[in-house]
Unconditional design. Structure first.
Length: 140
């Protein structure tokens, strides 16, 4: 991968990448995958770049080259997942709008407030207690 540079040391792995090559959510998701095994730090080493630093929680179990390769694979996988989600968003929205009870079935608050039926109260819910029971008190 030409948009990544990797530094492997005895107790840490650092990957620097071009911020434009990876969506920020993909970088966060890839880094999150290592939180059970490593201390994870995200930083901006230079303008237009992002960095992920993995440090060993337990020095005996730290495999720097293996973690570096796994991190690169995770970044590529998360970038691919993000691209699939972005490409499929229109299809998901179209299905949600067309589904019964979907997004098109729910009116917005502005639509409700502009509705002429807003002042109709067939059940008398908005009527005051005094007004509602005054007619009963007058009839007795």
């Amino acid at each position: 991968m030409s948009d990544l540079s990797t530094i492997v040391e005895a107790d840490r792995v650092e990957v620097r990448l071009d911020a434009g090559a990876f969506p920020r959510d993909a970088v966060y998701a890839a880094a999150f995958a290592f939180m059970d095994r490593c201390y994870v730090r995200l930083d901006k080493p230079a303008p237009g770049s992002l960095g992920i630093v993995l440090r060993a929680k337990a020095a005996a179990s730290f495999d720097g080259p293996g973690l570096a390769a796994e991190l690169q694979e995770e970044l590529a996988g998360q970038r691919f997942r993000q691209r699939l989600a972005d490409d499929g968003r229109e299809l998901v929205d179209a299905i949600a709008i067309g589904a019964p009870g979907g997004a098109a079935a729910e009116p917005s608050l502005d639509d409700l407030l502009a509705s002429p039926d807003l002042m109709d109260d067939p059940l008398g819910i908005a009527e005051s207690w005094e007004k509602k029971h005054a007619s009963k008190a007058e009839g007795t």
